[in-house]
Design a protein around this ligand. Sequence first.
Ligand SMILES: O=P(O)(O)OC[C@H]1O[C@H](O[C@H]2O[C@H](CO)[C@@H](O)[C@H](O)[C@H]2O)[C@H](O)[C@@H](O)[C@@H]1O
Ligand SMILES: O=c1ccn([C@@H]2O[C@H](COP(=O)(O)OP(=O)(O)O)[C@@H](O)[C@H]2O)c(=O)[nH]1
Length: 942
Amino acid sequence: MCSPYLDDIQTTKMPGQVYDYNPAIHTTRLERLLRDREIRRSNRSYSSNEDARDANRDIDIHRNRNNIYLSDADKRSGDKELLDGIAESKTLHDGCEKKDGWSSKQRLLVVANRLPVAAVRTGEDSWQLEISAGGLVSALLGVNEFETRWIGWAGVNVPDEVGQRSLTEALAEKRCIPVFLDEEVVHQYYNGYCNNILWPLFHYLGLPQEDRLATTRSFQSQFSAYKKANQLFADVVNEHYEEGDVVWCHDYHLMFLPKYLKKYNMQMKVGWFLHTPFPSSEIHRTLPSRSKLLRSVLAADLVGFHTYDYARHFVSACTRILGLEGTPEGVEDQGKLTRVAAFPIGIDSSRFIRALELPQVKEHIRELKERFAGRKVMLGVDRLDMIKGIPQKILAFEKFLEENPVWQDKVVLLQIAVPTRTDVPEYQKLTCQVHEIVGRINGRFGTLTAVPIHHLDRSLDFHALCALYAVTDVALVTSLRDGMNLVSYEFVACQAEKKGVLILSEFAGAAQSLGAGAILVNPWNITEVAASIGYALTLPADEREKRHQHNFMHITTHTSQEWAGTFVSELNDTIVEAQLRTRQIPPLLPTRVAVERYLQSKNRLLILGFNATLTEPVDTPGRRIDQFKEMEVKLHPDLKEPLNKLCNDPKTTVVILSGSDRKVLDENFGEYNLWLAAEHGMFLRRTKGDWMTTMPENLHMDWVDSVKHVFEYFTERTPRSHFELRRTSLVWNYKHADVEFGRLQAKDLLQHLWTGPISNASVDVVQGGRSVEVRAVGVTKGAAIDRILGEIVHSNDVKAPIDYVLSVGHFLPKDEDIYTFFEPELPVGGATTSRAKISKPRNQTASKISAQKSSFGPFVQKAPQAFSSSEKTTTSNGNGHWWSMMRDRLTVHEGSSVLDLKGENYFSCAVGRKRSSARYLLGSPADVVSLLKELADSLSQS
Ligand SMILES: O=P(O)(O)OC[C@H]1O[C@H](O[C@H]2O[C@H](CO)[C@@H](O)[C@H](O)[C@H]2O)[C@H](O)[C@@H](O)[C@@H]1O
Ligand SMILES: O=c1ccn([C@@H]2O[C@H](COP(=O)(O)OP(=O)(O)O)[C@@H](O)[C@H]2O)c(=O)[nH]1
């Protein structure tokens, strides 16, 4: 295999050159991708001589066929050649196979609704295969770098077994594998959900106007058929999949496929590419199945679009609709990254350039020139689809003729309108509409010998199309929206001699690549299009030349081969990257072991976070998140019993360590026998006693008022954001605000804070996913646990050395120092025990403060008076652990130790975060509930 990614430490040899490639050495993603690009290029130049030989062979074939080119029997000679090409699957790496005796090509399973060939039944078990029209097919046929298999629908209903078997055999010769869909599924899935719902919506056309309600009513059954069809595609892929294959799913027809494939095999490399635009999230969110579609696509490893705009819209739909994290790399969901990027498609430009040299094409060009002598030729080539803006194009042409009578007999518009999706009523209506307009205009401006518009409701074969492109003076592409539009690329490829002008809709993806050389128009503005026609027809030769060169350079360098190569290379690399990331992800908590060790120990300490750790879920499945509920966090109801049991166990001490304020903790945990540490441990109380502060004495809080003003200002200006005022910190939360707006506001807020209110203050600014928190410097859970432990020990709650610690929470990175707090205390290798001696404090009374006092007043800084002020200063300066300092001097009982912890008895565990310094992970609060239940149950069994 030539892909260097099959194993991330595999060394790969390439033809012509010897590379010792090891992705682990090329550590950054960009380094690896650049390296892969270099390898692909060198392979290409290696095989360029072979390509040149191929080109000559092509010409020879066509020379021999010259005399029959225009006969009916071989009208589609270019297509036949292409059909044979699919079967041959010409390789770039032939040299590689010859030299080293191993196949250089990676297997690529291309899965698209439509196969590159459509089947027509000619007998019970005989079939005629014809090339399918459309950009997706044209582009993928230019890809020959891989050992490609196509999987798709052959465009025909084959209910009988004989037919299915014979068609499978016929297609196998073309390396195609059929997916059989029955008529009803095709009707509901292809005509219905794909072409009547997704297609118009993704192209900003809204649902079909007339039968909008009928569409709404049939939505559910069409959606079911859509899923069913996707499952049928998945079944066929699974049947043919071999380990190491790359599976490339295409287009809006198959949005469920990535999910179904991954469900079958998580190791499968799955990419998904959309050939249409992806609309703004505001459009996508109108779809009843919006979330399911997005989630299914996100199961892929790599998701590709033609333009950055479409990719951006997709990411924004995932953040706004699913509430996931959008990053520059893609979309992240609980540590799993789906890479999202733009891969603009191209064409096999050399195939078009070569075709112009064929004698029959030259002959056809000569005929066309003769036929339209004395007139400028304008050309439109489109599927007869409402997105192509054909009526708008023709109306603009009419306006041009109307305003420029001098051109009336000097210009002709050739419009090739390829019939498509003819079973869908909207398409049938469009056909009638276009015929009517063309008839009217020809009647209005035509003469006995000539008409201004030649309209063809049919497709042309490849050579006829090339000839048409070559004789054209002005190509007119007026798509109302178009994923890319390859016709514009093909036109440029065939214009090396004429250097005609391309008028291109700004709403086609191609406008982003060919915009500089083309004349861009808004197709809805027929006045502008009409004026552009006049401008293009009279453009001086030198300007035409410059514009053409610019675009020609683009289409010959951004080929379909390059497109596919880049996509597959990124897909392979995404897998490598995911493997590297996975290595950094801590393993899941071994619950059974954690419970066993808990049971075996004599004095256990459980440190538990609250938010997103012990809280009840606020979003019921299928329903949106309720902001109101989420702002009032509540203890998970299923935890009441187990928590009670654990708290009442004499050998277990439970500490709830949270960022929440005292009131919240009082409300949720007042009834349990445990320790509460509010505001990241700045306040502490045993539920039997009063709150005390553990704050270091030198904590400066003089910045609070000014920060509060800034937070108020931004809360007022950011709908659905709110802020919390705590004794030691302020938190501005924009979780429920518009994500993008929230982020911008957060950026602005931070900039303002840094340059003003906190420029000289001793504060830490902690940025959460959707929050900004300003705290007094050094306030972290890890720093607080130091003091909390001291207090617990001195309160005589801990009567024997702690020999088991379980620390579980959904903590911000800044607070993750709690996970590493005990690590230095643990013996190396985990076998021996750490024995920390603790002596009695000088003063056992902690400073009590009023729990009701919640507003910021003159700040009384009282530390637990168990410790001297000099010791407190040391802690707040961050010069060492209070705990570490004290442990050697404090004793629980004279001469015994307070910490007797073995490595294997320490379980630090992050909840719902994959990037963590904790030893282990748990997925969600539901998993915490199960864990605590098991711990509690084990008590009754012991
Ligand atoms: O298969 P059909 O329903 O007859 O439709 C033909 C294809 O139309 C769409 O093509 C898109 O892909 C092109 C290449 O990426 C792009 O240039 C163009 O803008 C798109 O419209 C459709 O996405 C394909 O799935 C269809 O096969
Ligand atoms: O008679 C025709 C007219 C067009 N095409 C091909 O159809 C594709 C149209 O692709 P485009 O991206 O422009 O639009 P799509 O039809 O895919 O939306 C191009 O490759 C054309 O060469 C064709 O094979 N026969």
